[in-house]
Structures are given as structure tokens and as C-alpha cells.
Design a protein around this ligand. Structure first.
Ligand code: ATP
Ligand code: MG
Length: 646
């Protein structure tokens, strides 16, 4: 592709970054300013202008979805062979390639969930832990490994980092030690050891390092604010002292520091590489001015090192609807209403895949799955069982592979449908949450077949099976049609037309265990990440009670303070109504009634029952005119003499 064409559609700062094809480059900018877009164009430009060959580029992104999106964009820009992967996928690929030469012997088994191994280790240490306890210890081991803390140093490191260990630090250290022991014994590799081992091979085997460094000469890392020391170690091993590296990030979107992310690598980049090209972007291309205003305001009270790097976002898009703030009585009421609003958006033409419901913890997902299911709205849950691990997809892929050499007379799409129908791909989606989810994933496979057939007319089953194999290997799941349900953590880097930020209460966001100032700041950044995912519609909501009829003790999140218009809250309105309902006045003399019997008849004992309505009105008018505070005994209303006086 013509190099200049690749640069079309970039603004002056993005151009500066894209044109700086050699040497260290750092793009430091807020959400939605086109960082990811700028680096994608930079890579394509470097390839198109012959600075580097496609195969020599390694672009590292944070999630498999982000990697898939980047590959898609690069394909459109004429650089389809560039490798865009997560740190893990890149390391796994290199490690499997060099294993026989560097280590030898049987290849280790990869453990993607530690919990079982942690349970064995805890048992060996005679410690009784429930599931939550095991999960907490597993995350703690993860933290220790990514921050390069050995079991023997764990206690000191925890104290130094000011972390609260889930149980006595000494016990965590014991389980950690036993865990590593078991892991080695059983020839298992977890994700952290995989990165560590890859880095160690590059450091210890100069021959292998030379080959790897000969292969990869050009590095780009997106979301660099969330890189941890272990990932940095691997990046440095890849670089081996070279400086053709471009990093991109937003310190105000650091949301993984609890797990060891170190934003200092981003903010300290120009100190580490004094001749780096540093570019700052402020134009926000993603969101409407209304959403950008909320984003800017949400960080206005931010404190700490990240906040020093904050640049006010400047909206570029035309006006859109005002963000909404809604309070509900309880969570099911919130979910039902959100589902209805989503159904209405879809009805009015927004595609379901352009809508997301974002929450703080995965436990909030189930209520929304149910509500959307009840409203007949298709959805997919991010971070749930990975697409290619779903039982129906495993089965379908197996059958499709088996049909690889089948009758190539039949068109691809028809053949694939023919295979998928008996597995559950009915004409219309079935009722029920699970059946529907199953249907959605099969439909995604059928859609993939249509995409392949559209891109390559005459494609055969063998072509489709090859495409499937490649996608399984890179975990590149096809786009599922449906509303996205995702945690705020897994939403970073992504965008939707409409975003529903739900469950915004104290205790949820900030999460109840965020206590220190730093933890609260990280929760604030999570809120900012959530707000900045929305292109147009941003709906924020919260519920005062968990269940219907429950105690309405919850408070709206502090991060909403100063954002929402100063309308009284639902709780405030209700309290006012209760207060009004409680004050009963005598309908004749307006005295406040406290006696139960008087309240019941709405008249005080001093006032006669047989009053004259018309005369009373005249008296009231007289009171208003004279603004008299003077108490007029009720009986005067009924004497002609007094009326003469009036
Ligand atoms: P995040 O911090 O959330 O990762 P980002 O800075 O990486 O955001 P991008 O995802 O690259 O932002 O871009 C946000 C949106 O703005 C995308 O839809 C992108 O296509 C669009 N965009 C970026 N730059 C431009 C531009 N110069 N002109 C038009 N649209 C742009
Ligand atoms: Mg991005």
C-alpha cells in the first residue's frame, strides 16, 4: 500500500507518532484519543515504507480481543502478517518453538487456573481454606510472581508494598512455596512461569536469543500503563538492548496495580530513553461532548501520580444525548429497567453488539443475564468460558474438522449449517438463557462461514477448517451477536455506542475492600475507564437495596458526586413524601395533629365539627392578607361578630 495513504485520517499529533518510525516512541494520552489507532497506522506505515518487514513486527496488546481487532485493522491497512498478540500468546509460541533445544524432555502442561493446585498446596500445609480463600491466595501468588517476589521474600515484600494479605502472610508464603514445589514436580507451567522461562531462555541462551532478536526487530506495546515487572522483563529480553520500541498508554487507566501493574514504566519511559519521541494526544474521537464532560469531571478530584499526567480531553464529535443517572429500589428493578431500555435501543435501530452493560464484579452479571433473557435480548458474557472452550463449540469444531474432506460439490455455508442444525442451530433462537447462549455461539460459527465464503468465493470445507484451526490456535473468537456483559476490567480499550454502567453504589464502586487512598484512586480510574467506553449513550444507575423489600441502605457511589444534576435522590423524594404523609394538619385551623384519633378525622378537638366552609375560606384569605401570625381561635370563625370584623 502507498505509505501516504496509510497516514490518511490521522490528526497532526497522531501523524507525528506514526511518522516517527524508528527508535523509542511513547504516546501518552487519555481514553478515546486514538492511541491504538495511531500505533496501528504507525506499524502499517513502517511496513509500507520498507522500514521493517511485516514478520519482524511484534505488537503486544492486552486481551485476545484487542489483538484480534488490531490484526483486523492491520489487514485493512495492507499488513496482514504482522503478529499482534498478548504477552502470553507471544511467549507461549516462542517457548513451544524453543523448548526441545533450550530445555528438552517432555513439554510441560499449561495450567490456566491455579485454584486446584493451590488447594493441594494448602492441604499439604494443613491449612483449611474455602473457595474464596483459595481464590485470594491464588491471586496473591500471582501478584508475587509478576512482581518477582520469591516465597522466602513474600512476607517482607507484602509489608513493604503495604498490601493486606488474605491471611497471615507467613501462611501465604508457605502455600506459595508448596505450590511452586508441586508445580515443578508435576511439570506444570502457569502463565507467570511461562513468561519468566521465556525471558530466562533469552538471557541464558545467546544462540536462541540471537535468532529471536533476528526475527523480531520492531516492538509495539499497547496499554503500557498496565504492564507488570514480569512482562517488562520479557520485553527487555526481546529487545536485548535495542530501542525500536513504541509504547502507548494512559496513566489514568491503570486498573491492574492491585495485580502488580506498574504505571511507572510508562511515565518514566522518557527518562529511560532520553531521545524518545513523546507524543500527547488530547482530541477525543470516541465520545460525544456530553460523555467527554463526564469523563473529564470524573477525574477532576483524582489524586496521586497518575493524576499529574491528566490532560483534559477535547471532544471532536457532534452533540449527543445527555448521560442519565437513575436510582432504583433494588437490583432486580435496576436490571429489569436496564434490559427494557436496551430492548428499546435495539428497537430504535442500535445493533445489539453496539451495547454493553458494565459492572464492577462478575457476580453482578447473573441478574443482568436473567433480565436480558426475560426481555428476549441476545447477550454474551465476556470473560465467561472462552469461546472455543464452550462444549457446543468444541463439539461443532470437532464435527466441522471431520467434514474437512466432505462433499466440496455443496456451497460452504449450506454445508456448515447442515452440520450445525443438529447441534442446536434452529431457525430462530430458543427460549431460556442457556439454550439461547448455546444458539448464539453456534450462530457465530455459521456467520464465520458466511464471512469466509464472502471473502473467498468458492471457499471449501477444507478452507473453513483451516480458518477454524488458526482461530483456535490464536484464540480469535468470532464476534458474537448480542449485548456485551462485561466487568470494567475486561472492558478496557473497547468501545460501544451505548454503555450502561450499573451497580454504582458505595461498596461496589469503590469496592468495599478498597480502603487506602491508592485503592480508592484505582477504583476512580475504573469508573473513568467505564465512562470512556461510551460513544453516545451513557446510562449510569444504582439500586438502594439488593433484593425487593430489602433494607434500602445503600448509597450512590461517591464518584457520582458533582456529576449528576442536583435533583433530589429517590431516597430523598421518598423521605420527603413520608415526612409529608406523617404531618397531618387540622383542616380548619391548620394546627399540626399528633393525637392518633385527631389525625384520623383530620381535625383538632378545639375545632367544631359543624364549621362553615365558606366562612373559613374568608378567614384564611384575611389571614393571608394581613400576614398575621396571630393565632385566631377556631371558634371565631363561626361567630357573626367576628365575621363582621373580618
Ligand atoms: P483507549 O484509551 O480507550 O484504549 P484509544 O486512545 O486507544 O482509547 P482508539 O480506540 O484508538 O483510542 O480510538 C477511539 C475511537 O476514535 C476509535 O473509534 C477510532 O477509530 C476513532 N479515532 C481515533 N483517531 C481518529 C481520527 N484521527 N479521526 C477519526 N476517528 C478517530
Ligand atoms: Mg486503545
Amino acid at each position: 500500500m502507498d505509505p501516504d495513504r496509510v497516514l490518511e485520517g490521522l490528526d497532526p499529533e497522531q501523524l507525528e507518532a506514526a511518522r516517527a518510525v524508528r527508535g523509542p516512541v511513547c504516546i501518552l494520552a487519555g481514553a478515546g484519543t486514538g492511541k491504538t489507532r495511531a500505533i496501528t497506522h504507525r506499524i502499517a506505515y513502517a511496513v509500507a515504507s520498507g522500514v521493517v518487514a511485516e514478520q519482524q513486527v511484534l505488537a503486544v496488546t492486552f486481551t485476545t480481543r484487542a489483538a484480534g481487532e488490531m490484526r483486523g485493522r492491520l489487514r485493512a491497512l495492507g499488513a496482514p502478517r504482522v503478529q499482534a498478540r498478548t504477552f502470553h500468546a507471544a511467549a507461549l509460541r516462542q517457548l513451544s518453538y524453543f523448548w526441545p533445544e533450550a530445555v528438552g524432555g517432555p513439554a510441560p502442561t499449561l495450567v490456566d487456573r491455579k485454584i486446584q493446585l493451590v488447594a493441594h498446596a494448602a492441604h499439604g500445609c494443613a491449612l483449611q481454606l474455602d473457595r474464596t480463600g483459595l481464590r485470594d491466595v491464588a491471586s496473591e501468588i500471582e501478584w508475587a510472581k509478576v512482581t518477582q517476589v520469591r516465597p522466602a521474600d513474600y512476607e517482607t515484600a507484602v509489608a513493604k508494598a503495604g498490601r493486606t494479605a488474605p491471611m497471615a502472610a507467613r501462611d501465604v508464603a508457605r502455600v506459595y512455596d508448596a505450590y511452586e514445589e508441586l508445580r515443578r514436580e508435576r511439570n506444570l507451567l502457569d502463565f507467570e512461569s511461562m513468561l519468566e522461562l521465556t525471558a530466562a531462555i533469552l538471557t541464558d541462551s545467546p544462540k536462541i536469543a540471537e535468532r529471536v532478536r533476528d526475527q523480531y526487530r520492531y516492538f509495539v506495546v499497547d496499554e503500557f500503563q498496565d504492564v507488570n515487572p514480569l512482562q517488562k522483563l520479557l520485553l527487555d529480553a526481546w529487545l536485548g538492548g535495542r530501542d525500536d520500541v513504541c509504547v502507548v498508554g494512559d496513566p489514568n487507566q491503570t486498573i491492574y496495580s492491585f495485580a502488580g501493574a506498574t504505571p511507572g514504566y510508562l511515565t518514566g519511559f522518557s527518562a529511560a530513553y532520553p531521545d524518545a519521541t513523546v507524543v500527547r494526544l488530547v482530541r477525543d474521537y470516541r465520545s460525544t461532548p456530553q460523555v467527554v464532560r463526564v469523563a473529564n469531571a470524573s477525574l477532576s478530584h483524582a489524586r496521586g501520580p497518575a493524576a499529574q499526567h491528566r490532560l483534559e480531553l477535547v471532544a471532536q464529535r457532534p452533540d449527543g444525548p445527555d448521560p442519565t443517572y437513575t436510582e432504583y429500589d433494588d437490583e432486580p428493578a435496576e436490571a429489569t429497567s436496564v434490559a427494557r431500555k436496551i430492548a428499546a435501543l435495539i428497537e430504535s435501530g442500535t445493533a445489539a453488539r453496539e451495547i454493553a452493560v458494565l459492572f464492577r464484579t462478575n457476580s453482578q452479571s447473573a441478574t443482568y443475564e436473567q433480565a436480558l433473557s426475560d426481555a428476549g435480548v441476545p447477550f454474551t458474557v465476556r470473560g465467561a468460558t472462552r469461546f472455543f472452550d464452550r462444549p457446543e463449540i468444541r463439539q461443532a469444531v470437532h464435527t466441522l474438522r471431520g467434514a474437512r474432506n466432505g462433499a466440496d460439490g455443496d456451497p460452504l455455508v449450506a454445508t456448515v449449517r447442515h452440520i450445525l442444525v443438529p447441534l442446536g442451530l434452529t431457525e430462530t433462537p430458543p427460549e431460556g438463557r442457556q439454550a439461547r447462549e448455546r444458539w448464539e455461539s453456534l450462530a457465530a460459527l455459521a456467520q464465520l462461514a458466511e464471512d469466509v465464503a464472502a471473502a473467498r468465493p468458492g471457499a471449501t470445507m477444507a478452507d473453513f477448517a483451516t480458518e477454524l484451526d488458526a482461530r483456535v490456535a490464536t484464540e480469535h473468537a468470532p464476534e458474537l451477536e448480542g449485548v456485551t456483559l462485561a466487568s470494567l476490567h475486561s472492558a478496557k480499550g473497547l468501545e460501544w455506542d451505548a454503555v450502561f454502567l450499573v451497580g454504582l453504589t458505595e461498596g461496589m464502586l469503590p469496592i468495599v475492600y478498597a480502603e487506602s487512598d491508592e485503592q480508592i484512586e484505582e477504583e476512580r480510574r475504573l469508573f473513568y475507564v467505564g465512562v470512556t467506553r461510551a460513544r453516545e449513550h451513557l446510562a449510569m444507575s444504582w439500586a438502594l437495596a439488593r433484593a425487593p423489600g430489602g433494607r434500602r441502605g445503600r448509597k450512590p457511589s461517591r464518584f457520582l458526586d458533582g456529576l449528576r444534576p442536583a435533583s433530589p435522590s429517590l431516597a430523598g423524594q421518598r423521605a420527603e413524601r413520608r415526612r409529608q404523609a406523617r404531618t397531618v394538619q387540622c383542616r380548619i385551623c391548620s394546627a399540626t395533629l399528633t393525637d392518633a384519633a385527631e389525625r384520623k378525622i383530620g381535625r383538632c378537638a378545639d375545632c367544631p365539627a359543624d364549621y362553615d366552609e365558606e366562612l373559613l375560606e374568608r378567614l384564611k384569605a384575611w389571614r393571608r392578607e394581613t400576614a398575621s401570625e396571630q393565632q385566631v381561635p377556631a371558634y371565631v370563625v363561626f361567630t357573626d361578630a367576628t365575621l363582621q370584623a373580618v
